[in-house]
Design a protein around this ligand. Structure first.
Ligand SMILES: [Zn+2]
Length: 428
């Protein structure tokens, strides 16, 4: 079902090694943006649509042409980094009406803060700079350890970002463009903290070079990026997302830092139930040596497995879902985030799923991008004959929902996870 897109022989430019050796791994064709929910009723006040009206009219009363982009995943034959080919630019990715929230795992930050506190080259009176609100939590911990000069860039005042809905995708672009000006105004920072932003960058080497400018010749960078090794190994296609332009493993991240002229001081990967974070402390290399790009066989096999398994994974999931969907039994996905969007659209499961549950009031009266499956509140678990509920939440949100949401706790059907890493995965 995917093969019509898979024949490209064209080579593209790799954002890591800058060679024209990036090849298409998977081409999913035109895809909707995962934050572009579609009004179920585009003729009036959509928030007043009842659930029954919403479900019965979902496929007839919708905005006909929401924007799309072509989702192509590539891997570089020189440095092996998995990345999106021509990802949509930040102005298209931006959430159209604001309300963006990021849920990054943070339990490991105490360990990171303890390390920095004991790392003597960074003195307590050194300036420490965070790029985005995501860095605020770590900077607060460092402040509590006695670091007195912590600064988080303000989106409006420091980066001149005025657009509604601007998030990390815009911050990475402005930091790259304004690094010289920021350095002049703030001076060099002994430590620049950049969590959960490198993987959103479009001009990766330009962005890393901007961070080096902010840190000056003697400064350090603390970078945190998702370690996608497990996702590639488990063939977790739901993890693909237009906002994540790069999918590092430990090997490709190390290679990338080296290519950027950075020397690793500390490299630690923290593993969470559904995701892993690589946290690295690096500094500019005093001497740059040429980097050899000998590919590793294991890394190659990982990438080939990810490329070759899509169809089998999609079929396996479809078969499992069909076994639940007998008679009037319905299947719901819990959580209307980008993971659910990718799960449904990339595995082509639209016809297997009846509703998506999300209690966010901003998502009521809307349908999922692409699949147009209606989004409904969690009360539907009791009123809609749901036989199977598939969780698509981060691990922390999953715990919160399963312990605090009354409707969910009294749900009589089966509960599974869309994630292949979960012990309760629908794929098992
Ligand atoms: Zn490359």
């Amino acid at each position: 079902m995917y093969k019509e897109y898979m024949a490209s022989e064209e080579d593209f430019r790799c954002v890591v090694c800058l060679e024209r050796t990036l090849k298409v791994l998977l081409d999913f064709g035109d895809q909707p943006f995962s934050n572009r929910f579609v009004p179920l009723n585009n003729t009036g006040d959509s928030t007043k649509s009842s659930f029954r009206e919403a479900t019965s009219h979902a496929h007839h009363r919708i905005n006909p042409s929401p924007p799309q982009y072509r989702l192509r995943v590539g891997s570089c034959i020189s440095c092996l980094t998995v990345q999106l080919i021509d990802p949509p630019p930040p102005n298209l990715v931006r959430v159209p009406n604001g309300g963006v929230t990021y849920t990054e795992p943070e339990q490991h930050l105490d360990d990171v803060a303890d390390f920095i506190c004991s790392f003597t080259p960074i003195g307590k009176s050194s300036q420490i700079l965070g790029l985005s609100p995501i860095d605020g939590r770590l900077l607060q911990k460092l402040k509590n350890c006695g670091f007195s000069e912590t600064v988080v860039l303000r989106t409006k005042e420091d980066l001149h970002i005025g657009e509604v809905g601007a998030g990390i995708e815009t911050i990475q672009e402005r930091v790259t463009r304004q690094a010289e000006e920021l350095h002049e105004r703030l001076g060099a920072s002994r430590l620049v903290v950049a969590r959960a932003i490198v993987e959103h960058s479009h001009d990766l080497q330009g962005f890393l070079s901007a961070l080096k400018t902010l840190a000056g010749a003697d400064g350090y960078l603390l970078l945190e990026v998702p370690d996608c090794e497990r996702d590639l190994h488990l063939q977790e296609y739901s993890s693909l997302w237009e906002e994540h332009t790069i999918y590092f493993t430990k090997h490709t991240l190390g290679r990338c830092l080296e290519l950027a002229g950075l020397e690793t001081v500390r490299f630690k990967t923290y593993t969470y139930p559904y995701e892993s974070i690589s946290s690295v402390l690096v500094k500019s290399k005093s001497q740059t040596r040429p980097v050899s790009l000998m590919p590793l066989q294991a890394e190659r096999e990982l990438i080939n497995g990810f490329k070759d398994s899509l169809q089998a994974v999609a079929q396996q999931c479809r078969k499992r879902l069909k076994s639940f969907r007998v008679g009037n039994n319905k299947i719901a996905v819990f959580g209307a985030g980008h993971l659910a969007v990718s799960f449904i659209n990339l595995l082509q499961l639209t016809d297997c799923i009846d509703l998506v549950i999300d209690d966010n009031p901003l998502k009521q009266g809307l349908a999922m991008p692409g699949s147009l499956i209606p989004i409904v509140p969690s009360s539907a678990l009791q009123t809609e004959n749901v036989r199977l509920c598939l969780l698509s939440l981060s691990y922390d949100s999953e715990i919160k929902v399963s312990t605090k949401n009354q409707v969910f706790r009294s749900f009589a059907g089966e509960v599974r996870s869309i994630f292949r890493a979960s012990p309760n995965s629908i794929f098992q």
